[in-house]
Design a protein around this ligand. Structure first.
Ligand code: CP
Ligand code: NVA
Length: 320
C-alpha cells in the first residue's frame, strides 16, 4: 500500500512502521525492474543532494551517486576534512546551511546523535549512511535480496554470525523485528545485542510476531536458517582499540565456513554479507571462507547492487 514519506528523515528503521518498510521494499523491487528495462523517469530532476562521509565507503557512496544520476539529481560529495562541521562550525549551523542549498543530506560517520542533530536542524530529509550504531539503508538491500531468492521476508529465519553488537547486526535486528522475521544472533555472550535494544526488540516482537534469539553455539544457531549473514569482526574506527584483538580471538569459532553452512540442515541457505569482506586467506581465520564467499549460496553482489535501488527508493520517497 502506498505510504507518504515526503519530508521524512531516514535515521533508523525504528522510526518506520512495517507498512512503510514494506512500501520502500516494493518501490525498490519496482525501481530495479525499471532500470533493467532502461526506464529512467528522472523523478529527482533539479534536486541537489549532499553526501557527507566521515568514514570511507564504496557501495553507499556509489549507490547515492548513481541513484542521483539515474533520477536527474546532482550529488555533491563532502569528504572527511572537506567541510567545517564539528570543527570551526557547529553541527546545527552546518545543518542549517546545507538545508538552505540541498534538498537532502546523506551522513556517514561515528555518532548516531550527530545524524539525529543534522536531521533536527537541516529542514530537509537526512539519510543515515552508517553510524557506529546503525546502518538502515543496508538492511533494505539485504531484505530485497532475500525476497529475490526466497520470497517475502516475513517468517524467514535470518542468522547473524559474528560481532552481534555492531551497526549491521543492530540494523538487521531492528528490520527483522519490524518485518516479523526470526532473527538469531550467534556470538559469544560478550557480543550479544545490548540490553536496551533487546528490550526494544521484545516490545516490537509482541506486535509483529517476530522472534529474537541469542545463541552462543553457532552450529545450533544456524539450524533451519534461510540466510546466514556475517560482517567484519573489526568495524571502521575500531582498529587498534583496546580489547579488539581479544574480540577477534573470541570470534574465530564463528567463522562462516562449509561446516557452518551444512549445519543449517538445508541445501538452499543463502550467504549474505554487507561487504567489504575479509575472506580467509588460508593462513588467518577471517569471518568467511573463500569457498562459501564464492559459492552459489552467496548473494553478496546482489546485495551490493540492491544498495542502489533501495537508496533510490529512500531518496525518491522522502524528497518528492
Ligand atoms: N556495505 C557498505 O556500506 O559498504 P561501503 O562501506 O562500501 O559503503
Ligand atoms: N560493520 C562494518 C560495516 C561496513 C559496511 C563497519 O562499520 O565497518
Amino acid at each position: 500500500m502506498p505510504q507518504n514519506l515526503t519530508g521524512r528523515s531516514f535515521l533508523t528503521l525504528k522510526d518506520f512502521s512495517p507498512g512503510e518498510i514494506r512500501y520502500l521494499l516494493d518501490l525498490s523491487h519496482q525501481y530495479k525492474s525499471l532500470k533493467r528495462a532502461g526506464i529512467f523517469p528522472k523523478r529527482l530532476a533539479n534536486k541537489n543532494v549532499a553526501l557527507i562521509f566521515e568514514k570511507p565507503s564504496t557501495r553507499t557512496r556509489c549507490a547515492f551517486v548513481t541513484a542521483c544520476h539515474d533520477e536527474g539529481a546532482h550529488p555533491e560529495y563532502l569528504g572527511k576534512g572537506d567541510i567545517q562541521m564539528g570543527k570551526k562550525e557547529s553541527i546545527a549551523d552546518t545543518a542549517r546551511v546545507l538545508g538552505r542549498m540541498f534538498d537532502g543530506i546523506q551522513y556517514r560517520g561515528f555518532d548516531q546523535k550527530l545524524v539525529e542533530d543534522l536531521a533536527k536542524y537541516a529542514g530537509v530529509p537526512v539519510w543515515n549512511g552508517l553510524t557506529d550504531e546503525d546502518h538502515p539503508t543496508q538492511v533494505l538491500a539485504d531484505f530485497q535480496t532475500i525476497e529475490e531468492h526466497r520470497g517475502n521476508v516475513r517468517g524467514k529465519k535470518l542468522v547473524y554470525v559474528g560481532d552481534g553488537r555492531n551497526n549491521v547486526a543492530n540494523a538487521l535486528l531492528i528490520g527483522a523485528m519490524k518485518m516479523g522475521m526470526h532473527y538469531t544472533v550467534a556470538a559469544p555472550e560478550s557480543l550479544f545485542t545490548v540490553k536496551p535494544l533487546q528490550d526494544w526488540a521484545s516490545r516490537v516482537a509482541r506486535e509483529t510476531g517476530a522472534v529474537l534469539e541469542l545463541e552462543k553455539d553457532p552450529l545450533k544457531a544456524v539450524r533451519g536458517a534461510d540466510a546466514i549473514y556475517t560482517d567484519v569482526w573489526v568495524s571502521m574506527g575500531e582498529e587498534g582499540k583496546p580489547g579488539i584483538q581479544e574480540r577477534v580471538d573470541s570470534l574465530r569459532p564463528y567463522q562462516v565456513n562449509a561446516k557452518l553452512m551444512a549445519a543449517t540442515g538445508r541445501a538452499d541457505t543463502l550467504f549474505l554479507h554487507c561487504l567489504p569482506a575479509h575472506h580467509t586467506d588460508g593462513v588467518h581465520d577471517m569471518e568467511v571462507t573463500e569457498d562459501v564467499f564464492e559459492s552459489s549460496a552467496s548473494k553478496v553482489f546482489d546485495e551490493a547492487e540492491n544498495r542502489l535501488h533501495t537508496i533510490k527508493a529512500v531518496m525518491v520517497s522522502t524528497m518528492t
